[in-house]
Every structure is written in structure tokens, then in C-alpha cells.
Write a protein that binds this ligand. Structure first.
Ligand SMILES: Nc1ncnc2c1ncn2[C@@H]1O[C@H](COP(=O)(O)OP(=O)(O)OP(=O)(O)O)[C@@H](O)[C@H]1O
Ligand SMILES: [Mg+2]
Length: 215
């Protein structure tokens, strides 16, 4: 489902990815491991089309992401769920509104939004908190909002860039557990981390990124 073919990416003279090749199969759970600065977020940026490779190609479901026009890219991004370390929530919107916003920007009908948002909030265990604001919630709960938002369009691919980076151990465990469950329900999951605890909790294949190469 995901294929990097000979992908190179540099910023200035700094080579971050050096002819990288790897594949991730449908319904696989893969952990991308690497030290800070190794290039994990760069891999994610290439996958969502936020960055383009200098050479090589990035394919998802046999479509080359780096060739996509802006319009197609927007549609493609709706089909994947992305979660970041810093949650990227809107502080002035409630839990419900944060999740609903992802549907509003896609001009989804109001009835569908009112049906779907509680469904995904229930899935992440936040149904009772829909009228709260992000700053009234814990880090683990905030990350659950972000995960709920990533799920609104029923993505088959979930990408999480150090989703537990700001969390304490109990919350790391519960967020990892949530990704495990989503994987069991059929999603393909790519999660980046350098946390040994996450590795010990997640059963998937590990890709190590080091000195521009993936091992
Ligand atoms: N937009 C950019 N412009 C210049 N250099 C960049 C840019 N984005 C990333 N880099 C550099 O590329 C390298 C890889 O960065 P990247 O963010 O992919 O690492 P990472 O593995 O995600 O690190 P971390 O664990 O700290 O998030 C770093 O040296 C970083 O400074
Ligand atoms: Mg990063």
C-alpha cells in the first residue's frame, strides 16, 4: 500500500534520506524508529505530500503522491488520518467542534457531522467530554481528540508522528492501546517514535532510520 522507491531528500546540503526503499502492506502495523533529527517527520511529510522528494517516488495505493496536483492531494489527504505529537487542536473550539471542523472544511452535511462526531468520540472514549475545551483536558485526552479527528473520514491509513512524545507512561500505554485496536479493526498504521516503551507495547514491524537509510 505504501512504497518508497529510491527516495532522496535533502535540506540545503544536509541529506536526510538517501535512496530510501521500503514498503508497508495493507493492514500492517509499522513502527518507524529513529533518533531525533533522523528523518521520521520527513518521511511523514513526504507521505502526506507536504514535501516532495528530490528524487525517487512515494506511492500510496499505487498512486504517486509526489506527482499529485493540489486538488487531488487534498482529496487524498482526506483518506488518510494523521496525528502529531503536539495534537494541533484549535484552542477556542470544543472537543466536538475540533472534530467537526475536519468535516466542515470538506463541506459534509450537518446531519452527517452530528452523527459521525459522537461515533468517533465514543471510539476514543471521549463521548462525555464533547463540550469541554482542549485546555480543560489532559495530554492523553487531547491526543484522543486528535485521533478522533483523524478518524472522521474512516481512513484506511493512519499515520502518527510521535503521538506519545508529550505523554506520561500511563497515557503512552492507553494511546498505544488505541492504535493497536484501530489496527485490529483493519487500519494500516505507521507510527514514528524513539520511545522504547512504545516498542515494547507494539507488536508491529520496526523500520529503523539512521544516517539517511532505513534498515
Ligand atoms: N523544512 C526544513 N528545512 C530545513 N531542514 C529541515 C526541515 N525539516 C527538517 N529538517 C532537517 O532534517 C532533519 C530531519 O528532520 P525530521 O524532522 O524529519 O527528524 P525527526 O526524526 O522527525 O526528529 P524528531 O524526533 O526530533 O522529531 C533534521 O536535521 C532537520 O533539522
Ligand atoms: Mg519528528
Amino acid at each position: 500500500m505504501i512504497a518508497f522507491h529510491n527516495v532522496s531528500k535533502k535540506y540545503g546540503r544536509h541529506i536526510v534520506l538517501n535512496e530510501v526503499d521500503f514498503q508497508i502492506h495493507p493492514n500492517e502495523l509499522v513502527v518507524l524508529n529513529g533518533a531525533s533529527g533522523a528523518g521520521k517527520s520527513t518521511v511523514v511529510a513526504l507521505l502526506i505530500g507536504a514535501e516532495k522528494p528530490d528524487s525517487g517516488s512515494v506511492e500510496v495505493d499505487e498512486v504517486v503522491i509526489n506527482d499529485m496536483h493540489a486538488n487531488t492531494l487534498q482529496l487524498y489527504r482526506r483518506k488518510i488520518g494523521v496525528v502529531y505529537q503536539d495534537y494541533k487542536l484549535l484552542p477556542k473550539k470544543t472537543v466536538f467542534e475540533n472534530v467537526a471542523f475536519a468535516m466542515e472544511v470538506c463541506e459534509e452535511p450537518v446531519e452527517l457531522i452530528h452523527q459521525r462526531v459522537p461515533e468517533v468520540l465514543d471510539k476514543v472514549g471521549l463521548l462525555g467530554m464533547q463540550d469541554q475545551f482542549p485546555n480543560q483536558l489532559s495530554g492523553g485526552e487531547r491526543q484522543r481528540i486528535a485521533i478522533a479527528r483523524a478518524l472522521v473520514h474512516n481512513p484506511t491509513l493512519l499515520i502518527a508522528d510521535e503521538p506519545t512524545g508529550n505523554l506520561d507512561e500511563a497515557n503512552v500505554r492507553s494511546i498505544v492501546d488505541l492504535f493497536r485496536r484501530l489496527h485490529m479493526e483493519g487500519a494500516t498504521v505507521l507510527l514514528t517514535t524513539h520511545d522504547p516503551l512504545v516498542h515494547s507495547l507494539l507488536p508491529g514491524r520496526i523500520l529503523n532510520i539512521e544516517a539517511g537509510k532505513i534498515i
